[in-house]
Design a protein around this ligand. Structure first.
Ligand SMILES: [Zn+2]
Length: 219
């Protein structure tokens, strides 16, 4: 495909959406965008969310520009601290948010019907490509997923929801393996939260920081 063809095939849906954005939200928040461009961003919260198109944090939390620093990956996982010279995109985003932006709240946000979690619970799943990037990535949850698979008392749906929530606690543990995060949390300069969004009902469940249980927040 030539470069010209690529330009011509830029999706119409995106261009018409962009037009509506410029006439609506951008027009309404022009000053805010200008201020953010001049002063730089100062988001209040870092959110680790899934790539899933149905669970965008900016939509769920009704956030404007400059409010949320969002890192999205398959199944909203935080890998453990591993300064091994490899390419760690999520760790890079965490490092920037905490050390440069001085974010003071981190939310690991999972969601219902997560395809990544469902893949982690299916030991017979074939790789989607020879690289098996999803298989390797979801391997972060292997020990936890294996325990749930072995329980015959749970239905498939119960296993799925359980792993979606357990993986949030697991990611929070991994967050604390980053020295810059654990030190700030100990000094009470950083707070870590868990949340789970049910895409079918719109319910938001938040993690009780004492028990780890997921509860509906009071409004
Ligand atoms: Zn997901």
């Amino acid at each position: 495909m030539t470069q010209k063809d690529a330009t011509q095939t830029f999706p119409d849906k995106l261009l018409s959406g962009y037009q509506r954005f410029m006439q609506g939200r951008y027009a309404d928040e022009r000053d805010r965008y200008r201020d953010l461009a001049e002063a730089g961003q100062k988001p209040h919260t870092l959110i680790v969310a899934c790539c899933d198109s149905r669970a965008a944090p900016e939509t769920v939390f009704n956030s404007g520009p400059g409010e949320l620093f969002v890192v999205r990956n398959v199944a909203n996982l935080v890998p453990p601290y591993a300064p091994d010279g490899e390419y760690h995109s999520t760790s890079a985003a965490l490092e920037f948010a905490v050390q440069s932006l001085r974010i003071r709240d981190i939310v690991v946000m999972g969601h219902g019907r997560c395809g990544g979690i469902s893949a982690a619970l299916d030991p017979g799943l074939k790789p989607l490509s020879p690289g098996d990037f999803i298989g390797r990535w979801m391997g972060l949850l292997k020990p936890v997923a294996a325990e749930l698979q072995n329980s015959s008392l749970l239905t498939t749906a119960e296993r799925q929801t359980a792993l979606e929530r357990i993986s949030i606690r697991h990611s929070i543990e991994n967050l604390r393996s980053f020295p810059c995060i654990s030190i700030l949390e100990e000094q009470k300069k950083l707070r870590i939260h868990g949340a789970w969004f049910d895409i079918s009902t719109g319910e938001l469940w938040v993690m009780d920081w004492k028990t780890g249980d997921f509860i509906r927040p009071d409004h």
